[in-house]
Design a protein around this ligand. Structure first.
Ligand SMILES: NC(=O)c1ccc[n+]([C@@H]2O[C@H](COP(=O)([O-])OP(=O)(O)OC[C@H]3O[C@@H](n4cnc5c(N)ncnc54)[C@H](O)[C@@H]3O)[C@@H](O)[C@H]2O)c1
Length: 326
């Protein structure tokens, strides 16, 4: 299959979120941008919910970051199954060119080449991500669902880890708003930020990864709890898997700060069942329907995902503080 990795980098001009704007805009770029968003507002379709809160995913277009392997690949595969969601097309974004080529070949054989758009991009790079979103709109005319999934677990490379896990999530979310919000030129949509159980209860063996995941959960809750959904029609929620059998869990000793931290991680998680990415993906796609804005869902040990209530968690945290200070 001829793999077309889009290389064209578009300028990010006049975004609705000014924090995304890095470079001054030329008049030409502003005009080009206006034309682009007019095109988007004419073409984009509305994501409708029926009375039972079931979102109609048929003929929708999804973007999955980190989709070349692990959980992201499984999510792209699940979305493309016609009997499951009926999503018409998926853009798979990943910064690993070889893995991207291979995974897209598999997905193409299974579901049809024209339903998958592979884009090589780094989630922590605004220009590359903006180009990826624009190319998706030019290719499929709309974006309806974004799964911000790309992430790494490597406290040894903590600066890169902070950037990919937190900047990547912020960039994917803000661009998602720009391309899907009713207040911009879109018609609403869904953004899923894939965090981790480590964003709700610390993994002491990986404190820096834990910090990034608390960030993802906090950011997602802050966006979902306010009035953003009313203004934009974009539902943002979080999905936090526990241990899942992917490349992320390989060579953990090399990825921790030192051997003591590595040993602590094994102690903390040693009796947890490692789940399968396909089950995590199935749970995520199912949750697209019922999740409320700002809700946080946990997927663990191959079971059905469940929503965590923050008030319950705060109550428990309060009780532990009480006990500790008694
Ligand atoms: N595997 C687990 O046990 C586990 C547990 C909890 C949460 N998670 C979360 O699930 C998500 C997916 O993890 P996974 O286990 O599938 O990992 P994985 O390593 O199997 O897949 C991650 C994918 O993201 C890509 N990627 C990494 N950095 C990128 C970047 N800068 N730009 C674009 N793509 C990039 C990789 O090339 C890879 O294809 C992560 O956000 C992770 O934090 C995983």
């Amino acid at each position: 299959m001829a793999l077309q990795i889009q290389k064209q980098v578009w300028k990010t001009c006049k975004p609705i979120f000014s924090v995304l704007q890095k470079k001054p805009c030329t008049a030409e770029a502003v005009a080009e941008n206006r034309n682009f968003f007019t095109f988007l507002s004419r073409k984009s379709s509305t994501l409708k919910e029926d009375r039972s809160n079931k979102v109609h995913l048929e003929d929708k277009v999804a973007v999955v970051t980190g989709g070349a392997s692990g959980i992201g690949y499984a999510v792209a595969n699940e979305l493309l199954k016609e009997d499951v969601s009926g999503t018409s097309s998926v853009t798979v974004i990943d910064n690993n060119k070889e893995k991207l080529q291979e995974s897209v070949r598999h997905l193409g054989e299974e579901h049809g080449e024209d339903r998958i758009l592979p884009i090589e991009a780094d989630v922590s790079n605004i220009e590359q991500m903006d180009a990826a979103f624009r190319n998706t709109v030019l290719h499929y005319h709309t974006i309806d669902i974004i799964i911000n999934n790309a992430g790494i677990l490597d406290d040894g490379k903590w600066e890169q880890e902070l950037k990919i896990n937190t900047h990547g999530c912020v960039i994917g979310t803000l661009l998602g708003m720009q391309y899907m919000a009713r207040s911009s030129s879109g018609s609403g949509g869904i953004i899923v930020n894939v965090g981790s159980l480590a964003g709700l209860t610390p993994w002491c063996g990986f404190p820096i990864y834990t910090m990034t995941q608390f960030g993802v959960v906090g950011f997602t809750k802050a966006l979902g709890s306010g009035r953003l959904y009313e203004r934009t029609g974009v539902k943002v929620f979080g999905y936090c898997p526990c241990l899942t059998k992917t490349a992320m869990l390989e060579n953990l000793a090399e990825k921790s700060i030192n051997d003591n931290f590595a040993a602590e991680f094994v102690e903390d998680t040693g009796n947890m069942k490692v789940q399968r990415p396909e089950i995590v993906a199935k749970g995520l796609v199912g949750t697209l329907h019922e999740a409320k804005p700002g809700s946080i869902w946990v997927a663990m040990e191959d079971k059905e995902p469940f929503e965590v209530s923050m008030s319950e968690m705060l109550k428990k945290a309060g009780q532990s503080v009480d006990q500790a200070t008694r």
